[in-house]
Design a protein around this ligand. Structure first.
Ligand SMILES: Nc1ncnc2c1ncn2[C@@H]1O[C@H](COP(=O)(O)OP(=O)(O)OP(=O)(O)O)[C@@H](O)[C@H]1O
Length: 358
């Protein structure tokens, strides 16, 4: 089912929470919505769900208008499932009863699923590795298991669209990684469209087909993870998704002169106009390397050993620059260095393999 949002605005009193959102979520697509606190992510999700009505604009699902133009279809008639940050399980029901509940009580369920609710519950629980837990109460489950039940419950009625609002943020780091994999597997198996709100950019990069970066009630950039990472369109996107150095300098004849130095000219391809027009060059930490000869002179401020790589912070005049290298030729705080631009595709495996002291 395709979901289309056109010209969506939402005002709460004096607050313009959403200032004109145009977004299409394709059938089976996994869209991650990211952005800083207060940018409107949850409001957008609640509008798609039907808990709020837009102040202007229209939402269409499967070609049918569900919000706007005087229409407000309630959440239970929108063919969608929802999973929130808090597990929101009913304390008095067993795991099986939680998953069976929407199958038995929602009005718009495929009759085949309703007819064999017990079989559907069993199938869904085994998909998330909880086949043996059907008779447990929520209080007898770990956080990860509770969230698996919440996801299973949302998916049991086979909704066309699954809305997830920070579903993993209350879990510890290891469980988050595990459930990330599981959500991706479920997405592949069910083909349900997913809109996934997170403030965790790694989660968005790892899981989504498309990332929508929001800022101040607007979409700042939307695209596949690789595009958002390797070709950010604005300084906000460059620094919000992954680390980026915004190096000041001058663009002349398609080349960048960092810190205005005429003798250093970097041929950095594919930099968006928002940077060129303001004399900036966005460079990921892996796009810089230590070298000899011409380059930016700086001093190592901080060294962070990370197992497979080393993260350096370098003082360059009043600015600090982040750089990541392989393990060879480890430097120490206070060492003088020369920084050079590395002409490798951003974020590529080649970039990671070739990170060596030059
Ligand atoms: N019911 C409401 N009444 C008044 N203002 C609201 C309401 N809901 C949201 N807002 C305001 O709308 C803006 C967007 O809020 P929203 O919760 O959508 O942001 P968010 O991006 O989800 O933030 P977070 O990451 O902190 O959850 C904020 O300024 C918020 O204070």
């Amino acid at each position: 089912m395709k979901t289309e949002l056109t010209g969506i605005r939402k005002t709460f009193g004096e607050t313009d929470a959403l200032k004109g959102i145009d977004l299409e979520i394709g059938e089976g697509e996994f869209v991650a919505i990211v952005g800083p606190s207060g940018c409107g992510k949850t409001t957008l999700l609640r509008l798609i769900a039907g808990f709020e009505t837009p102040s202007a604009g229209e939402i269409r699902m499967g070609g049918r208008t569900v919000a706007g133009a005087g229409i407000a279809v309630p959440p239970e008639k929108r063919d969608l499932g929802m999973v929130f940050q808090s597990f929101a399980l009913w304390p008095h029901m067993t795991v099986s009863e939680q998953v069976a509940f929407p199958l038995r009580h929602h009005r718009f369920i495929d009759p085949a699923l309703k007819h064999d609710a017990t079989g559907r519950v069993r199938q869904m629980l085994s998909m998330v590795g909880l086949a043996q837990y059907g008779s447990r109460m929520p209080s007898e489950l770990s956080g990860g298991q509770k969230q698996r039940v919440a996801i299973t419950r949302a998916l049991a009625p086979n909704p066309s669209l699954l809305l997830m609002d920070e579903p993993l943020s209350s879990l510890d780091a290891r469980l988050r990684l595990e459930l990330r994999n599981e959500i991706q597997t479920i997405h592949r198996q069910t083909g349900t469209s997913i809109v996934y709100v997170t403030h965790d950019q790694d989660e968005a990069l790892a899981m989504a087909d498309r990332i929508v970066v929001m800022n101040g009630g607007r979409i700042e950039q939307a695209g596949p993870p690789e595009e958002i990472y390797s070709r950010p369109e604005t300084p906000f996107v460059a620094t919000f998704i992954g680390k980026a150095n915004l190096i000041p300098g001058e663009w002349r004849d398609g080349r960048f002169h960092p810190f205005g130095s005429p003798e250093i000219a970097w041929a950095v391809p594919d930099v968006a106009p928002a940077f060129r027009d303001t004399g900036l060059c966005p460079l990921r930490p892996e796009q810089l390397a230590f070298g000899t000869g011409e380059g930016i002179r700086g001093t190592v401020r901080n060294v962070l050993y990370q197992g497979r790589e080393i993260h350096y912070t370098i003082d360059v005049g009043q600015q600090t620059v982040d750089l990541v290298t392989g393990l060879a030729g480890r430097l120490s705080a206070g060492d003088p260095v020369v920084l050079q631009y590395r002409t490798i595709p951003v974020g590529s495996s080649q970039a990671m393999n070739e990170m060596e002291y030059r």
